[in-house]
Design a protein around this ligand. Structure first.
Ligand SMILES: [Zn+2]
Length: 310
C-alpha cells in the first residue's frame, strides 16, 4: 500500500507518494490563500488525483492521506490558520467524502515534522523524543511512547512560545521573551542587525553588501567562523538561550532524544559544540544523564513524510 503526504505551506501545497518511508513521487501547486476551506480542500484533492494518475496508482492502493498544515489543529481536526483564511475549519471530512474508504488525517506542521524524524529519521528507534525546528519561528513536536502529544485541546507543544527571559522586542504571539525571539533564524538576524545599527564593525555587513535587510543567519555563522566579534556575540547569545530552552524541555519531559531542525541547524557544528554541557548547567540535577541532542535529517521533505505517517 502507498501513503500520501500533503505539506500545506503559505506559498505552495506539496504532495508526495510515500512507500516504505521513501518519497517515490512529488508534485506541488501554488497555495491560493483566498479560497478558504472549500478551495483549499479542492486544491488538495486535485493534487492527490494528479499525482496518482501521473504514477498510474489507484486510490484503492492508498492506505491513508495525511496533511500537515501551519496552524492550530484541534484533536477533532479543526484548523485555524489566519494566513490561509481558516478558522475552526474542517478539511478532513471534505476529503474523506471525495476519497471514500481512504483514511484522512491532519496535523500541525511542526508536529508532523517531528513525526517524520521519529518514524524515518534522526529520532528513529527512540520511544520518546522532542523536535524543535529553528526557522522563521520555532516549531515544536513532542512524541512520547511513539505518540504525538498535542494536549487536551490540541494546542500544546508550542515550544517556540515558551517564555525564557525579557527580550528587546515582542513575539508575534503578543508575549515578550518567547524562545523563538531568542533562537529562531529571525532572532539571530534581528540581533545581528541591532548590533550593526549600533555602529559595530562586522564582516556580516560586508556579506550583506551593506544592506542590513539582506542579513541571513548563514551570514552570521559564516562570520563566526572568521572570528568576527559581532558574530561571536550573536551566536553566543543564541546558544545561551538555546541551552536554556533545551534545559526547560529536559526539565519538563526528559526525552530520550531532542532533534534540532530548520535552517539554523545547517550550522550544526557551531550549534552543538559544547551545547550538552551548557544544557546540563541549567538542570537541577546536574550529575544525571540527558538524552541525545541530534540534528534532524529531513529538510524540505519532512512535511510530506511526516504527514504520510499521521
Ligand atoms: Zn510567542
Amino acid at each position: 500500500m502507498y501513503k500520501i503526504g500533503i505539506d500545506v505551506g503559505g506559498m505552495s501545497i506539496k504532495a508526495g507518494i510515500v512507500k516504505d518511508g521513501q518519497i517515490i513521487s512529488k508534485m506541488s501547486k501554488e497555495t491560493n490563500c483566498e479560497r478558504g476551506v472549500e478551495g483549499l480542500s479542492q486544491d488538495i484533492a486535485d493534487l492527490v488525483e494528479d499525482i496518482l494518475s501521473q504514477n498510474n496508482i489507484d486510490i484503492k492502493s492508498v492506505s491513508n492521506i495525511g496533511i500537515g498544515i501551519p496552524g492550530v489543529v484541534t484533536n477533532e481536526g479543526a484548523v485555524t490558520c489566519v494566513n490561509l483564511g481558516l478558522k475552526n475549519s474542517l478539511i478532513v471530512p471534505i476529503l474523506e467524502e471525495k476519497f471514500k474508504g481512504t483514511k484522512v488525517s491532519i496535523g500541525n506542521d511542526a508536529n508532523v515534522a517531528a513525526l517524520a524524524e521519529f518514524s524515518y529519521g534522526s529520532m528513529r528507534g527512540y520511544e520518546s523524543g522532542v523536535m524543535i525546528t529553528l526557522g522563521t519561528g520555532i516549531g515544536g513536536g513532542i512524541i512520547i511512547n511513539g505518540k504525538l502529544i498535542t494536549g487536551a485541546n490540541g494546542i500544546g507543544a508550542e515550544i517556540g512560545h515558551m517564555m525564557l527571559s525579557t527580550n528587546y522586542f515582542d513575539c508575534n504571539c503578543g508575549n515578550n521573551g518567547c524562545f523563538e525571539t531568542f533562537c529562531s533564524a529571525t532572532a539571530i538576524i534581528k540581533y545581528a542587525q541591532k548590533l550593526a545599527e549600533e555602529g559595530k564593525t562586522t564582516k556580516i555587513i560586508e556579506y550583506a553588501e551593506g544592506n542590513l535587510n539582506n542579513i541571513t543567519a548563514k551570514m552570521v555563522f559564516d562570520a563566526y567562523r572568521e572570528d568576527d566579534s559581532v558574530a561571536i556575540e550573536v551566536v553566543d547569545r543564541f546558544k545561551k538561550y538555546l541551552a536554556m530552552g533545551l534545559a526547560n524541555i529536559v526539565n519538563f519531559i526528559d526525552p530520550q532524544v531532542i532533534s534540532i531542525g530548520g535552517g539554523v541547524s545547517n550550522a550544526s557544528d557551531i550549534m552543538l559544540n559544547g551545547l550538552n554541557d551548557k544544557v546540563k548547567k541549567h538542570l537541577p540535577f546536574k550529575e544525571g544523564n540527558i538524552g541525545d541532542i541530534v540534528i534532524a535529517e529531513f529538510k524540505n521533505d519532512a512535511g510530506i513524510l511526516g504527514a504520510s505517517a499521521l
